[in-house]
Design a protein around this ligand. Structure first.
Ligand code: RAM
Length: 334
């Protein structure tokens, strides 16, 4: 009985420390806010964030909204500020709506970085891969899979997602800027909100609405999986799926003769991991102006470039291609 009471007391102490901003044993707390709580891609980022926090010696806290809502993220940031966390990494659900809330946090000395999806007011965007580089591999996938001409559509995440919107805008610029792509017809962009059922419904609608559709390009891991499943269940539809996918989810759908001949991504564990080190670097005053570099506590050196909309960004790495040849090697990693 005494042992039980002692355990309960210890638990209450830990919980109250977390509540007033101290982590376990009074450690500082770094929090991560995902776009939503159920996306497996986001879970990989959280995993990397937690590993880095353990290495840095801070307590990691995850707080994510149920759906991809900017309003819910604002409420979460306000709670975290009230709790006195030292740093926040957020994958933003809107390019502008969180600005004032983030400013209130940074005014209190809390380091706020964006990862995956940027927003105004962020002190640094931890960009998974350059926007133009991602857009170029997507356009080239569409070009290749259509054979250089024909109809394609984009099935995206939410209509306010900064990362998808930036990639889509850059795809448009690339296509309009090179006559090589003149015979591609971009019929529509639809939004599955990173929800499996909505993405499936949107994919089915596209299939019905455009009988000559050749490729659907999905710059979202949730969308690409849903679209590949729809095509696999309709083997005569003649549509190919291009996009960004998690190898663990896509291993049955990627390869020659399958719904998705090949796809791209980067390591989401690294993106989450890097964002915790960026919080630490900001708090330590290591982050200088655009055009300068610094070495973070993970012993990697980062170049600071101009972000959009965040003033500064660092880029984690280039997009990587997954094919039928290498997908199984990666399916156990992320
Ligand atoms: C989804 C999310 C995320 C994006 C990946 C590619 O999981 O929308 O923001 O980076 O896809």
């Amino acid at each position: 009985m005494k042992k039980l009471i002692a355990t309960l007391l210890a638990l209450v102490m830990v919980l109250s420390l977390v509540a007033c901003g101290g982590g376990k044993s009074g450690e500082p707390v770094y929090a991560i806010i995902c776009k939503d709580a159920s996306n497996p891609y986001m879970s990989r980022m959280v995993q990397g964030f937690k590993d880095a926090c353990a290495d840095i010696g801070v307590t990691a806290l995850e707080k994510s909204p149920e759906t991809t809502s900017a309003e819910d993220q604002i409420a979460i940031i306000n709670d975290l500020v009230a709790q006195g966390v030292k740093g926040i990494a957020i994958a933003a659900n809107d390019a502008a709506a969180l600005k004032a809330t983030i400013k209130a946090a940074t005014d209190r000395g809390i380091a706020v970085v964006t990862l995956d999806s940027d927003t105004e007011g962020s002190q640094m965007f931890v960009n998974q891969a350059g926007v133009k580089e991602v857009a170029q591999v997507l356009v080239d996938s569409v070009y290749d899979m259509t054979g250089g001409e024909g109809e394609f559509a984009v099935l995206s995440a939410s209509s306010t997602a900064t990362n998808q919107n930036a990639w889509i805008a850059a795809m448009d610029t690339i296509i309009k800027g090179d006559s090589k792509y003149a015979k591609l017809t971009w019929v529509e962009t639809v939004y599955g909100d990173d929800e499996s059922q909505k993405s499936t419904d949107e994919m089915q609608n596209l299939m019905t609405k455009y009988p000559n559709l050749e490729v659907v390009c999905c710059p979202t891991t949730v969308g690409v999986l849903a679209a590949a499943q729809v095509v696999t269940n309709n083997p005569d539809c003649g549509i190919k799926i291009a996009g960004l996918g998690l190898p663990s989810e896509m291993k049955d759908y990627v390869g020659e003769g399958k719904a998705c001949p090949y796809m791209y991504l980067w390591n989401p564990i690294d993106v989450g991991n890097c964002s915790a080190y960026m919080i630490k670097a900001i708090l330590d005053g290591k982050v200088g102006e655009v055009g300068t570099s610094f070495t973070a506590d993970n012993e990697k050196t980062y170049d600071i470039s101009a972000g959009d909309p965040a003033e500064k960004q660092i880029i984690v790495g280039p997009p990587f291609q997954f094919t039928g040849e290498n997908i199984d090697d990666w399916a156990n990693v992320y």
